[in-house]
Write a protein of this length. Sequence first.
Length: 278
Amino acid sequence: MMKEKAVVSPVIGEFGWIVFDIQSKVRKFFEDHEDCHKVVLGNPALSELFELADEVIPIDLPEGFTPCGRGAEDHYGFHNSHFYNQLYQRTEEDYNPEYMLKIPYENRFGDWNVEETHKKFYKNKIVDSDDYITISCRNLYRGKSKNWSSSKYQGLVDWITEQYNLPIYLVGLEKDNFVPDGVIVTETKNVGDHISLLSHSKFHFGSNTGTSHLATMCGCPLFTWGEGQDLRNRMVVKTNPHKTPAMCVIEGNWDPDLEFIKNRIHTFVETNIIKDLS
């Protein structure tokens, strides 16, 4: 006898929102339908965020599709209710699910409950050390005002290397990041490899990205920066269910002064993780 199907569709939004919102709702949905054949329609490279799924199946998306955080800036014609309704209909026609969790085009549900269904992600090491730091250096055309300058990143990496004498590994897709001299790029195939790097890192730093959310979900101390008190509250409290040590600087918004960032990182490390670095 074939199992009933429980299908989630579509998981195609911006990575950060998937990490701190969507994945927990998917987990709850699958827990409620544990006897079903459980399917996520999305990117198979993110499979380890959906550990209860029996399958993660890619979606055939139009050329030029670009993930968007909340449907707020739809310059591409994809992040709207019409496009998502087409995907829902296609899912129903192709899979005929008995149960379906429809991911809204805003790519979030918004009713965050940090105590509910959030898993602490962890994976064994893919590098032969526990003594390292991780970084993400956002370098995207989309929302390019959020990119910190390559010269500032280089200056920060040089300073951190001198201060703590530890290797620094990149977390994230190389094509989406500036890679300062001295930063180590490992071959990562999926989000599980990023989880592994973060699970064993002394701390993670860089401007706020989806990887920042993944860091706190892995229990990796986080230093980040960006714009607005809401972002600070979200990173430190609202979307930090494991109470991972985190500092989010909002002075200077997305382009803070390098010396100021050095000073704040020094304070963060002294307060939260100096014993691990001694």
